[in-house]
Design a protein around this ligand. Structure first.
Ligand code: FES
Length: 149
């Protein structure tokens, strides 16, 4: 078993009601929930693997693929939509060669979306490694990501 998972399990007692905090800590430790980690969690908590998977997929906070070195969180909220975020997403996808929800094979980039990043006055916007990129235009995207791929 992954050593990091061992460390996570040492914080708990393996009770069914600890499932969500265990999933959270596992994701913190691994960066995502791998298939193997979900199976280990199922064994540890004595909850069927299908139920563990069901709980994990129910919550938007859990991810099942590793993040890229550069993680792009695109805002899909109304303000950003009205200000043209679909065109921005298209440009990011073109620049990086991956689709929303994907991580590049070399793990350099990942694109995800969120309902609102809380910076509506700066729409259309996205977060790149936690930093808000405001008033995006296809040109800005080209500048941000060109020569990076
Ligand atoms: S809708 Fe995009 S930041 Fe709120």
């Amino acid at each position: 078993m992954d050593k990091r998972l061992d460390e996570v399990f040492s914080l708990f007692e393996g009770k069914e009601e600890e499932l969500i905090p265990i999933l959270q800590k596992t994701q913190d430790a691994l960066g995502f929930l791998s298939n193997d980690s979900l199976k280990e969690i199922a064994q540890y908590t004595n909850v069927p693997a299908s139920s563990v998977y069901g709980v994990a997929t129910f919550y938007a906070q859990f991810r099942f693929k590793p993040k890229g070195e550069t993680h792009i969180l695109v805002c899909r909220g109304t303000a950003c939509h009205v200000k043209g975020v679909p065109r921005i997403v298209e440009e990011i996808e073109n620049q990086l060669g991956i689709k929303e929800g994907e991580t590049s094979a070399d793990l350099k980039y990942s694109i995800e979306s969120v309902a609102c990043i809380g910076a509506c006055s700066l729409a259309p916007c996205a977060m790149v490694n936690g930093k808000v990129e405001a008033n995006l235009t296809p040109k800005k995207i080209q500048k941000l990501f060109k020569a990076k791929v």
